[in-house]
Design a protein around this ligand. Structure first.
Ligand code: PNS
Length: 164
C-alpha cells in the first residue's frame, strides 16, 4: 500500500491545498493530511477545528485521511509507514524553505521521498494567511476556500469582533 503524508498548518484549508490533495490522492492508495499541532503557536482555528474543516471538505475522497501530529514530521511519517511527504509549490519564493525542509527530512530518513506538486495557476497567489487577512478586512474570498470553510471563517471573525 502506497501512503503519502501531506503535512501543513491548514489554518484554514484553502482551495489551493485541496487542489494539491486531489492530485496527490491519485498517486497514493492513501494520503494522510497531517495538521501540525505546535503548542507554541496559537493559530486562528484550533487544531480540532482545522481537522474538522478538512474532514468535511474531503469526505468525498475515500483515499484521504485527516489527522494531526506533534513533534518531528519524520517521526510521524515513519510511524504511519508512509513512503513520501507531499508538498505544494506555488512560486519561486516557496522554493528555499521547501528545499531546506526536504533536505533536512532526507537527512533524518533517506528512504522517505519528498514529492512536490506544482500549484495550479489559479491558486498560485492563495495562502491561508492572505485569505484570513482579506476576510478580516471585509474583502471577498469567494472561490478561494470551500463554502463551508468560508462560512466558518466569517462566523469566527464575527465572534472575534464581538468580543473585542
Ligand atoms: O503549512 P506549513 O506551515 O508550511 O507547514 C510546515 C510543516 C508543518 C510541514 C513544517 O513546519 C514541519 O514539518 N514541522 C514539523 C517539525 C519538523 O519536523 N522539523 C524538521 C523538518 S524541517
Amino acid at each position: 500500500m502506497r501512503i503519502g503524508v501531506y503535512p501543513g498548518s491548514f489554518d484554514p484549508v484553502t482551495n489551493g491545498h485541496l487542489d494539491i490533495l486531489e492530485r496527490a490522492s491519485k498517486l497514493f492508495d492513501q494520503i494522510i493530511v497531517a495538521v501540525i499541532h505546535n503548542p507554541q503557536k496559537k493559530g486562528f482555528f484550533s487544531i480540532e477545528e482545522r481537522v474538522e474543516l478538512l474532514q468535511k471538505v474531503t469526505r468525498h475522497n475515500p483515499r484521504v485521511l485527516v489527522d494531526s501530529f506533534t513533534g518531528l514530521l519524520m517521526d510521524y511519517v515513519v510511524k504511519q509507514k508512509a513512503q513520501a511527504i507531499v508538498r505544494g509549490l506555488r512560486a519561486v519564493s516557496d522554493f528555499d524553505y521547501e528545499m531546506q525542509m526536504a533536505l533536512m527530512n532526507n537527512k533524518l530518513c533517506p528512504s522517505v521521498e519528498t514529492i512536490f506538486i506544482v500549484s495550479s495557476p489559479q491558486y498560485i497567489y492563495i495562502s491561508s494567511t492572505k485569505i484570513k487577512e482579506v476576510a478580516m478586512l471585509g474583502g471577498c474570498i469567494d472561490g478561494l476556500v470551500p463554502p463551508y470553510v468560508e462560512h466558518k471563517l466569517l462566523e469566527k471573525i464575527q465572534v472575534r469582533k464581538g468580543t473585542d
